[in-house]
Design a protein around this ligand. Sequence first.
Ligand code: ARG
Length: 472
Amino acid sequence: MSRMCSRTEESTPFKLWGGRYSKATDHVLSRVNNSLSVDKRLFSEDLDGSIAYAKSLTDANLLTQSEFKVIRYGLETVRDEWTKGTIKLMPRDEDVHTVNERRLIEIVGPHIGGKLHTGRSRNEQVVVDMKLWMRNAVQDILKQLRCLIDGINAMAERHINVLMPGYTHMQKAQPVRFSHWLLSYAFYFKEDYQRIFEFTKRMNVLPLGTGALAGNPFNINRHQLADDLGFKGVTSNSMYTVSDRDFVVEFNFLCTLIGVHMSRLAEDLILYSTKEYNFLELSEEYTTGSSLMPQKRNPDSLELIRGISGSVFGQHCGLLMTLKGLPSTYNKDLQCDKSGMFAVYDQSLLSLTLMTGVITTMRIDEERCLSALSYDMLATDVAYYLVRKGIPFREAHHISGEVVAYSEGVKIPINKLTLEDLREVSPIFDETVSELWNYENSVEQYTVVGGTSKISVQEQIKLLKEFLSSCE
Ligand code: ARG
């Protein structure tokens, strides 16, 4: 029989739950079931949760004060071993919870160590660990979002005078300030920030004290436990609590949305840094060369950001698929939640950091931005000119369209048409029409809140600065 087909059993049959078992677990199931390589990342949160739980057992008179101290010492010793990398992992350790409890029992003995898990289940333990971990994780994401918004804002402020084409349907539409375009992304990221901020409040509810599914029978004080672990409340139904992974779904979604925004920004930047556009140049630090074509400078950083956003989205979908159709309470499928959650966090953080680097080091080519403008982009301004002379907008739009067609027909740029030419189309035109052919004038008419005039863009920059300082 080949190795693949053999049914070897584990050499160490004893486990935390081994009491009713006479046979060892199949070695393939053991491998699939083992989540330690992923969830060992939660070792510290798991120990925090255990220390707090031991305290609540003490308050409920299930542990004496001195037993509590022994357990806390034991758990801190385990933390030390993890931190120093001296912890010895055994084949029978299924997950991080198992390792921590096994080591505790080895250090302080089964008489006291064996009391820690009284009334507790790994089903709730894993949720509290993940929530504790996530509380810190979102802070890292928030911090990096602030850096990115700050980087965008500084760049926008520095280049406030640069004009460039604004696009719709990838077609040149109307002149805008470069800063106006760039800041549009800062506002996406600000929304991302605020959404995550709301989420941190919503998810900060204690799951511990719910047992395997039915609750805790030992009269522990969940509110005190919540206080001790920094949660703002307690969950209200134990069956809901042990199978709830909505907080992971929400975290994944929030990162996915950040990824979508980053991917769109990356796409714009890739395009604008091509030789065809040349509006900006990415710093060498964020590009790579080609092994074959010496002239190339590839925007790998941005392509990776765009690519990563796809795989983060994939993780988000993956967990939703795992949850869909699960029967109520804990099922082992739920163990598949963590690898995605960690990947979403790691990749989002890397991506945000990379994007901040790209943005703050890129060089803007003001001349190229300006020279990409063309006077036909002022056709809307022609319509507005007529509106200001009392023509209803629909009619003004039509007349302007005729002017464009006329200019194309005679092959003379729109700004070079004489007053007589324009009057051929409509007698409303007078000599003031010449003021239209000025890009600066064009953008400066958008003084509305959120517009592209200098004053409106400065207002946006101010708003973002105030936002950033309110976050500190
Ligand atoms: N390692 C498990 C997980 O991540 C912990 C919960 C195990 N619960 C159980 N009933 N086997 O989901």
